[in-house]
Design a protein around this ligand. Structure first.
Ligand SMILES: [Zn+2]
Length: 115
């Protein structure tokens, strides 16, 4: 199986987010869960009392009660970009605390390509 994930530096990722969303305020950026397609922002995470820094990495379903489980229909789900199963649309960001970090694609990415 060929891995086709995107690899970006932290600086390039931040510049791309600012370009796509028209602000460098990451709280306003949206990320799309690679499993269920739910789009959420760090501000959305804050509204449900979850750590906003997790928004690029986890489906908001992980932070809603009751906890949702992946069954192919649950939305939002409990997927995490750094979990056991990796999907090719995950973005690998380099240069954060010295190790690569896996993140969901920006919300306006369709099929791995910029909209
Ligand atoms: Zn999800």
């Amino acid at each position: 199986m060929t891995e086709t994930k995107t690899v970006m530096t932290n600086a390039a990722w931040r510049a791309e987010g600012a370009r796509r969303f028209g602000t460098d305020d990451i709280m306003q950026w949206k990320f799309r869960c690679v499993s269920c397609g739910t789009e959420s922002s760090p501000a959305d995470f804050e509204k449900v009392n979850a750590d906003p820094r997790r928004a690029p990495h986890e489906c908001i379903g992980r932070h809603l009660k009751p906890v949702m489980h992946i069954d192919g229909n649950s939305k939002p789900c409990n997927w995490t970009a750094g979990g056991m199963f990796r999907l090719s649309s995950v973005v690998e960001i380099e240069g954060i605390e010295g190790k690569p970090t896996l993140a969901f694609p920006f919300a306006d990415y369709i099929g791995g390509e910029p909209a």
